[in-house]
Design a protein around this ligand. Structure first.
Ligand code: MSP
Length: 515
């Protein structure tokens, strides 16, 4: 099978600066992508920006810039942000790119020709901020609309609608038959509950260009632009189609490159809980109507708060990932995000919690183990790896086996817990064997060799296990061990690969103590 493992993130609205929530999702996807590569798969990791629609146009207006110029300027910051997070993405899509617009228009044409759309007049309420139509059902008990909708206006306008009703039954059946399609299970139940208890309204897929001109023109009616969510979801297929994905090209009759990669269906769409309906209801229906298979999984993460309060620019309750990375290092940020919050529930960032994990788990846990193991090897054996020993082999193999199983299930937090069981075991082994005492007794030289080998080899195994999560730290451990290759292959976690006689490099602290 040549199909690559294809993983995506939500594409962020380009209407502000990236915050912790955006960073978290991208790091989750990046870690899964790296884990799959480490386990031997070829991976295609896609992320990007959602640049059309009312929100972006309003943000551009507020800065007095034409929307495209506004997007171009901000996109550079977001691309730099992806680098800052260490993302290993193969592609970065912007929905204003011609490759994307062309594909959206091709899908619209195909669906229109097949009779999936109709034109009708809408009369009712509209939230420009959320770019959504509201009904009486959306009113709060006091008769007003939620403040999140901003100003709600009454309007009457023509639009194109996508007939969703015919799709409700098969979608329920599909989700019931495919328990892994929406994960975690409680999100799947939420979708099923919604589908079983509500008749699906048809989806308005256009906006009159006279009211909102910032969007992809509807190819069969120049008076309209495409609804931003229809446009945005298509990024998951327009990007791989532009790389020549054969089935995606065939679906809309565009020529495929002869050696285009097999990518579709996507293996995982990583998204936040607020956009579940778009991904688990509208997106499958769009794909089915186009004649394409559905993605294998929608993996839904929760939302971060800080100090128990919503992240909010206006109240200043934010976590600036760039500031944290500049102060503490990228891997410390990645570690806290992935270790603190399992994929699913909501999480809470506290600066005290961050410092405490940094100090206990990174500096005193992993950092201390690696630093003292290599420093003792340097001091007592001149930095030359002694003959093999197997003292910690079974602990290391147990950790590797469990970590592999967690990675295969995308259970990143649990994988880190398995890895840290080995860190703790390593530190405990140093305390129990007390190599600094052995070093004073020439009769124990052979025993000391064994302890030093086991420790150095444990550090090496840890580097391999850690690579998807903390790539720079893993590479740093390998470099300190004097190893030339990269720790990016899970199979290298098998015990005993550190060659005796090898000279290690100078030990250096992985996580400098900050206190
Ligand atoms: N543009 C749409 C997505 C289109 S996908 C075809 C969008 N953009 S967004 O910028 O508002 O959000 C991007 C992602 O960030 C979403 O998955 C969202 O859930 C996530 N998060 C935004 N705030 C968040 C937190 N506070 N915590 C965790 N994730 C959060 O929606």
């Amino acid at each position: 099978m040549n199909k690559r493992f294809f993983i995506t993130t939500a594409i962020d609205y380009v209407n502000g600066r990236p915050h912790l929530g955006h960073a978290y999702e991208k790091i989750v996807a990046d870690t899964i992508a790296r884990a799959r590569r480490s386990l031997g798969r070829e991976v295609y990791f896609l992320t990007g920006l959602d640049e059309h629609g009312q929100k972006v146009r309003q943000a551009a207006q507020a800065e007095g810039k034409p929307p495209q110029a506004y997007c171009d300027a901000l996109a550079a910051d977001w691309v730099a942000f992806a680098k800052k997070l260490g993302l290993s993405n193969e592609d970065f899509i912007r929905t204003t790119q011609p490759r994307h617009k062309k594909y959206v228009q091709a899908i619209l044409t195909k669906l229109n020709n097949a009779g999936h759309f109709y034109k009708a007049v809408y009369r009712g309420y509209y939230s420009a901020r959320e770019e959504t139509f509201l009904t009486e059902k959306d009113r709060l008990p006091d008769g007003t609309f939620d403040s999140a909708y901003g100003e709600v206006i009454e309007l009457e306008e023509q639009n194109y609608y996508f007939k969703l009703r015919d799709h409700q039954q098969w979608l329920i059946g599909f989700i019931e038959e495919n328990p892994l399609f929406v994960q975690p299970a409680y999100r799947r139940n939420e979708v099923l509950g919604f589908l079983k208890n509500n008749a699906l309204d048809d989806l308005c897929i256009s906006r009159p260009a006279s009211r909102l001109n910032w969007g992809i023109p509807v190819p069969f009616d120049p008076d309209f632009v495409t609804y931003v969510w229809f446009d945005a979801l298509v990024n998951y297929i327009s990007a791989p189609a532009s790389a020549g994905e054969p089935d995606l090209c065939a679906a809309v009759d565009i020529p495929a490159a002869p050696d285009g990669p097999e990518l579709w269906p996507a293996d995982i769409h990583v998204i936040g809980k607020d956009i579940l309906k778009f991904h688990a209801v509208y997106w499958p229906i769009m794909l089915r109507a186009t004649g394409l298979p559905l993605p294998k999984q929608i993996l839904v993460h929760g939302w971060w708060q800080k100090d128990g309060q919503k992240l909010s620019k206006s109240t200043g309750n934010i976590v600036d990932p760039v500031a944290v990375i500049d102060e503490w290092g990228l891997d410390a940020f990645r570690y806290y995000a992935l270790r603190e919050l399992d994929i699913g529930p909501d999480g809470n960032w506290t600066d005290a919690g961050f410092r405490s994990r940094y100090s206990a788990e990174l500096a005193n846990g992993l950092g201390n183990l690696v630093h003292r193991s290599l420093s003792m090897l340097k001091r007592y054996r001149n930095g030359i790896v002694p003959p093999k020993s197997d003292d910690l082999a079974s602990d290391a193999q147990k950790a590797a086996g469990e970590t592999r199983s967690m990675l295969e299930q995308n259970r990143l937090q649990a994988a880190l817990q398995c890895i840290w069981a080995l860190v703790t075991r390593g530190n405990q082994y140093v305390d129990q064997t007390a190599p600094f005492k052995m070093a004073k007794d020439p009769a124990q030289a052979q025993r000391l060799d064994g302890v030093l080998y086991s420790l150095a080899e444990t550090c090496r195994v840890l580097a391999v296990l850690l690579w998807p999560f903390l790539p720079a730290t893993a590479a740093n451990i390998y470099a300190q061990l004097g190893l030339k290759e990269a720790p990016g292959r899970f199979a290298d976690s098998a015990w005993g690969a550190l060659p005796p006689g090898q000279a290690i490099a100078e030990p250096a602290a992985l996580f400098p103590r900050k206190d």
